[in-house]
Design a protein around this ligand. Structure first.
Ligand code: SF4
Length: 577
């Protein structure tokens, strides 16, 4: 009997239970219920809501107890994915989401959409163009959003389209165009036309170009939102949850209101002495969004801007309002996700996620980070990816990336890459931890390639093969059965193989007679080493243009670096001793 007891196990993230890992320590999956993939609750965590989008049907609709689906009033034509799901339809977008998720059938996707726990942001205008539909919810794998957009100081349409391509290259699942400068309309149009991922915006930004926030009126708001919906925007952040009565709560904060939309609307409310117009216009906005099937991303205008302001009265009062707005949007047949913080101490992340799950009845939570410390500007892709991993494990469905430029300036191309990678790590780590079926398969393949000392496969399975390959060759450009980190005699992978399999060297199927030179670096790999600045230009040139002769590995000659020193007989003798 072991002297330890494992916690209750959830699902296994490996499709065929490879390796010796007992399985996920998360809860067993409950697809079709409020928890889907979920972490075990720590003491004091709010329970999930007992309600779903089914409890907020539009007037005149009723749910048929026999079929489980709804009946709409006569003459009703479904437009949104939510309406189709409620009526029991499986749309082509739901089929595509099922294909992309693998572990979900089209019917499961439909049922999650009907419950309001999954959204498919697919504006009908964009869906008719290049959009490849995807799903965001607790039942799906965790998604990553990349923000971009020109500011009045920096960038323009071409640069933003280039950043979009770059974000797609680094596997961002959605992109938000947050432009506040340049030709906003042209930039948005160009981004939508070029995007295969859903595009989100914050419409209030373009509403105040050339005018003061105080001059914003109802007509401008509704026209501005409709214009962007016509252009094909797939989801919109509307900061309707910041209410007049919440404003006193921010007085004692260290950093007040850090959301651009939230601060602008607070200024409008104070100037006019009136309620937030986004809140008072909510039902009209719902009708506009419904016509195009634009998904709400209900903004968190009072999100904390520092650890000291997290989980405070302002943030939680707004979250309650976001729950009310979710219910009202569902009554209009509009898909909803809800935005969240921000800057949250690590210990408070689970509570924040689970409180949202309760107050917003399982609507997907889309969080920015959160950063778990405030003192690392320049490295906030790391401080926030730590929080994002915890957020995704405890309940967030989509993570908005943070780049190294956060708080400091507008992200450039390389910042977009760093942000995307940091967040793909966070999302993937959470998916493995949650036990989502198949989430660990690629990790297992890479582990096997690593154990087999198969460097080519190792690079191929890496998220960023060029960086992995360039870093490897920076020290040792020979494809052999160890690397420069430990060297031959200290290579535990090689030694372990001698112990367990009585052989040294690579796995038989990847083996070759003698260690061989790596191929010459590609221009992209060369650029990575140039940027690192560790090697002299001549060394990088040698790696990028080498021939066997140049490195004394001509045919018939052994390369300088080799490994097959332990014979099978020797290994058996050692083992015998
Ligand atoms: S040398 Fe060290 S780091 Fe490199 S493969 Fe062997 S054990 Fe791994």
């Amino acid at each position: 009997m072991p002297a330890y007891l494992l916690p209750p196990l959830g699902g296994n993230p490996s499709s065929n239970a490879q390796g010796t890992n007992p399985g996920s320590f998360a809860r067993p999956p409950e697809l079709g219920g409020p928890r889907t993939f979920s972490s075990p609750d720590a003491a004091g965590m709010p329970a999930p809501s007992e309600k779903t989008a089914w409890d907020f049907l539009p007037s005149g609709w009723r749910r048929d107890a026999a079929t489980g689906f709804a009946t709409a009033p006569p003459g009703f034509a479904a437009v949104t994915q939510l309406e189709h799901a409620r009526l029991g339809h499986v749309t082509k977008e739901m089929r595509r989401v099922s294909e992309r998720e693998g572990h979900l059938s089209p019917e499961q996707v439909r049922d999650e959409v009907a419950a309001g726990r999954l959204v498919i942001p697919a504006n009908r205008v964009h869906a008719a163009q290049r959009l490849d539909p995807m799903g965001i919810g607790r039942a799906t794998r965790t998604k990553v959003n990349a923000n971009m957009g020109a500011s009045p100081i920096s960038s323009g349409t071409d640069a933003e389209v280039e950043k979009l391509r770059w974000a797609e290259r680094w596997q961002a699942d959605t992109v938000m165009d947050l432009s506040t400068g340049g030709d906003l309309d042209a930039t948005r149009e160009a981004i939508i036309a070029n995007a295969s991922v859903p595009i989100g915006t914050v419409p209030i930004y373009s509403m105040i170009i050339g005018r003061r926030i105080e001059d914003l009126d109802d007509r401008m708001i509704l026209d501005g939102i409709e214009h962007q919906a016509q252009q094909g925007v797939d989801y919109m952040t509307i900061h309707a949850g910041v209410l007049y009565e919440h404003l006193p709560f921010v007085r004692r904060r260290l950093i007040g209101i850090v959301s651009r939309g939230g601060s602008l609307l607070a200024k409008w409310m104070i100037h006019h002495g009136k309620q937030n117009p986004m809140y008072t216009l909510w039902d009209d906005i719902c009708e506009v969004l419904r016509r195009y099937d634009v998904t709400f991303s209900i903004g968190d205008g009072l999100r904390p801007g520092g650890l000291a302001d997290a989980t405070d009265a302002a943030q939680l009062a707004e979250l309650e309002t976001l729950g009310e707005l979710t219910e009202r949007a569902w009554r209009h047949g509009v898909q909803v996700m809800v935005e969240g913080p921000g800057h949250v101490p690590f210990d408070q992340i689970e509570y924040n996620m689970k409180l949202q799950r309760r107050l917003c009845h399982g609507a997907p939570f889309y969080v920015l980070g959160p950063l778990v410390t405030d003192i690392f500007p320049g490295y906030d892709h790391i401080t926030s990816a730590i929080g994002a991993t915890a957020a995704a494990y405890h309940g967030a469905a989509m993570l908005c990336y943070v780049t190294p430029k956060e708080h400091l300036g507008l992200p450039k191309k390389d910042d977009v890459k760093q942000g995307c990678i940091a967040y793909k790590i966070a999302a993937h780590a959470a998916d493995v931890a949650l036990g989502i079926p198949g989430a660990r398969d690629r990790d297992d393949e890479l582990t096997k390639a690593r154990a087999a000392l198969n460097w080519e496969k190792h690079f191929e399975l890496s998220f960023d093969p060029d960086t992995a390959r360039a870093y490897h060759d920076e020290d040792l450009d020979v494809d052999t059965d160890f690397c420069a980190m430990c060297g031959h005699d200290w290579c535990s992978v090689r030694i372990s193989k001698e112990i367990t399999q009585f052989v040294s060297g690579k796995e038989a199927e990847y083996a070759w007679d003698k260690p061989k030179l790596s191929a010459a670096l590609t221009p992209a790999q060369r650029a990575i080493l140039e940027q690192r600045g560790v090697l002299a230009p001549a060394d990088i040139h040698r790696l990028a243009s080498k021939t066997r002769e140049r490195v004394h590995a001509a045919p018939g000659r052994k390369a300088e670096c080799h490994s097959d020193v332990a014979s099978d007989e020797e290994a058996r003798r050692l083992q015998g001793e």
